[in-house]
Design a protein around this ligand. Structure first.
Ligand code: MN3
Length: 208
């Protein structure tokens, strides 16, 4: 039976230095992300969800309190893979391409988007995520923050970009300074090529 596997990081462990250290990525990917994968495989073993795709497992368990453990681990596997792809060495700054146009349409300017995104990430109380998402129906961009493992898939939204604001994402490199981690993400790490690819995939599915 197929199991859920941990994808490799899309870059070397030291590729995001000096912003995010090799030590952070070793713990975050090899320990935290791996643990969600291991837990999920144990939880779905010999159930009707064994052999399903990660997206199918998330959709099937969202909102079902009897499957909260499955949802939390499945969503965290998905969220982390999305987060690794949202980061790139020498990234960040103003976007180019279609995402730049859509951000101006939705927020007025890149600066306004960056302010709203940073505010959502900073004010997510406790553990969670901040996202740039596209609406499944009309493709409009908006900012979403989710608590703990919660994910845009469970809310009819297409993820375009995310930042992990669980403390394990930044404590080694930034200690308690979450706002500094968020500013560094926006200035130096955002993978706008990935966001553009996600947007293009989403628009392909929207009826004009
Ligand atoms: Mn994390």
């Amino acid at each position: 039976m197929t199991t859920i596997t941990l994808p490799a990081l899309p870059y070397a462990y030291d590729a995001l230095e000096p912003h995010i250290s090799k030590e952070t990525l070793e713990f975050h990917h090899d320990k935290h992300h791996q643990t969600y994968v291991t837990n999920l495989n144990n939880l779905i073993k010999e159930t009707e969800l064994e052999g399903k795709t990660l997206e199918e497992i998330i959709t099937a368990s969202a909102g079902d309190t009897s499957k909260a453990g499955i949802f939390n681990n499945a969503a965290q596997v998905w969220n982390h893979t999305f987060y690794w792809n949202s980061l790139t060495p020498n990234g960040g700054g103003k976007p180019t391409g279609a995402i730049a146009v859509k951000i101006d349409e939705a927020f007025g300017s890149y600066e306004k988007f960056a302010e709203e995104f940073a505010n959502a990430a900073a004010t997510q109380f406790g553990s969670g995520w901040a996202w740039l998402v596209a609406d499944e129906i009309n493709g409009n961009l908006s900012i979403l923050k989710t608590a703990n493992a919660d994910t845009p898939l469970a809310h009819g939204k297409i993820a375009v970009l995310t930042i992990d604001v669980w403390e394990h994402a930044y404590y080694i490199d930034f200690r308690n300074a979450r706002p500094k981690y968020i500013a560094t993400f926006l200035e130096s790490l955002v993978n706008w090529d990935y966001a553009n690819a996600k947007l293009a995939g989403q628009e392909a599915g929207v009826e004009k």
